[in-house]
Design a protein around this ligand. Structure first.
Ligand SMILES: [Zn+2]
Ligand SMILES: [Zn+2]
Length: 242
């Protein structure tokens, strides 16, 4: 009895971190699962046709490879940015819960969506040297307590047997980008990132990891800095795409 009572608060705490209910609809799920199958089935997959560079889906019939209007006249520092899902509905909700609501256990279903993107033609069967997460500014890190891109990159690295390199650091605290357009975002990000040790990226083929690809300006700026430091190539993988 005494032992039971002692364990009760522990169990209560444990159930906060490992709820056996679907995060989205609260239906019961098996322990160790966080989103039920019905909700997972509602996640919006990105299906062809989409832009070969940034994966922007195109509604209509296009045969073969094409590049969207946003990428067509631009020299991008990354070779391709791949996501398996749209950042909508269930996917968006779970990412937001993970990122802003301190539900760290949700890194598992989120990383699963990230891992699915590795099956894309632009990433599958390629050899990479390491995974580089998009860094957070130290002040933002203290505020949030974790870097979501790094947590996801770590799980991905375990799955595909690649090491994680904290090659990039964020040197400038940028204000929120949500209300800025693409050009304003690029301006806002100027000199925001720095390569810590060029030797860690020189002549390396890198996978840059982030949670969501919105306009692509963050990953583009990271890729630019990495290429400038001598990276052989940068491919981007994100959980979801705006
Ligand atoms: Zn559900
Ligand atoms: Zn594009």
């Amino acid at each position: 009895m005494r032992i039971d009572r002692t364990l009760e608060p522990l169990r209560a705490v444990a159930s906060l971190f490992y709820p056996a209910l679907c995060t989205v609809c609260h239906a019961p799920v098996t322990r160790g699962e966080y989103v039920c199958q019905d909700c997972l089935d509602k996640a919006q997959r990105i299906a062809a046709p989409f832009c070969a560079k940034c994966s922007e889906p195109f509604s209509g019939a296009i045969d073969g490879e094409f590049t969207c209007a946003n990428c067509a006249h631009r020299v991008l520092a990354f070779d391709a940015a791949v996501s398996a899902y749209r950042s909508r509905g269930v996917v968006r909700f779970v990412i937001l819960q993970f990122k802003y609501n301190r539900q760290l256990h949700l890194r598992h279903p989120v990383a699963e969506w990230l891992f699915e993107a590795m099956n894309d033609d632009r990433l599958r069967d390629r050899s990479f040297d390491c995974i580089v997460p998009v860094p957070l500014h130290p002040a933002r890190f203290r505020e949030r307590g974790f870097n979501q891109a790094e947590l996801l990159g770590k799980i991905l690295g375990q799955r595909i047997n690649l090491t994680l390199s904290r090659a990039l650091e964020r040197t400038r605290y940028t204000t929120t980008q949500t209300r800025l357009d693409r050009d304003e975002r690029m301006e806002n990000l100027r000199n925001a990132f720095r390569v810590r040790h060029a030797s860690a990226v020189q002549s390396r083929h890198l996978i840059l990891v982030d949670d969501v690809f919105t306009t692509g300006s963050t990953v583009e700026e990271c890729a630019r800095v990495l290429r400038q430091a001598g990276a052989a190539s940068v491919r981007v993988v994100t959980v979801a795409r705006g």
